[in-house]
Write a protein that binds this ligand. Sequence first.
Ligand SMILES: NC(=O)CC(=O)C(=O)O
Length: 287
Amino acid sequence: MNTASKIMARTLKLALIQMEVSAVKAENLMRAMSLVGEAKKQNADVVVLPECFNSPYGTKHFEPNAEEVPTGQSCTSLSDAAKTNKLHLIGGSIPERLVDNGTAKLFNTSTVWSPEGTLMAKHQKVHLFDIDIPGKITFKESETLSPGRGLTTFDIGSWKVGLGICYDLRFNEMATIYRKMGCSLLLYPGAFNMTTGPLHWELLIRARAVDTQCYVAAIAPARTKGAGYQSYGNSMLVDPWGKILCRADADEEIIYADIDLSTVEEFRQQIPVYSQRRTDLYDTVEK
Ligand SMILES: NC(=O)CC(=O)C(=O)O
């Protein structure tokens, strides 16, 4: 996109990077930067990395890999990659260390970078992944992480984008509020697992798309043999009709799709559920 079309862009080419993540941060950063370069060669306008792209996903990995935003090593690499390739880059997520009232806290944080390499937005995972399915998976992000306190939107061309991280995808109220704020695209870097992923991942992504009449993308790490947490993978982008436009399997892959604001507008006109809501009978938070 040149500067004029950047301001007005109604169509965008998205690249979702389902990358392999190892225990070596420097290796992950180099791999991510090289994959962003590859997406640029395919003319992507917006590139999205997965949740925890700089270190394995797991409570014991958060503290040793945590960095300050935006001064840490991972943010520096993301800023450079966005600037070098002149594209919008959503940096999946990283463990963020933030000193709050003299106390150091950790967050699961996604950063958004402009084609000039500046930080446009940051989202701290709002809903922490605390679940207990006996014999299958017990995970308690709240043992090490603090929950984010706000919702996050940003603009690319004519698009307002709403950002969430993984477990945030399960909360339809959050997506509904993004719709009320004017979003047409929702992005969820996320790492579902082999218990919840097969049944819920696609279902939730398509449900959020149809509920909000937005494009919805979810971007996972690739599944890595021997990793403590097995990512379901299956990154995908779904249109407002609920149709899957592109989908990865379990391995490392970049998937691409073009999105068009006219599709959002037409669908919203054809099935005008938003204006048909009976807010006299029920409502979520009004914006
Ligand atoms: N990892 C998550 O945050 C969420 C997840 O795996 C699930 O909801 O299932």
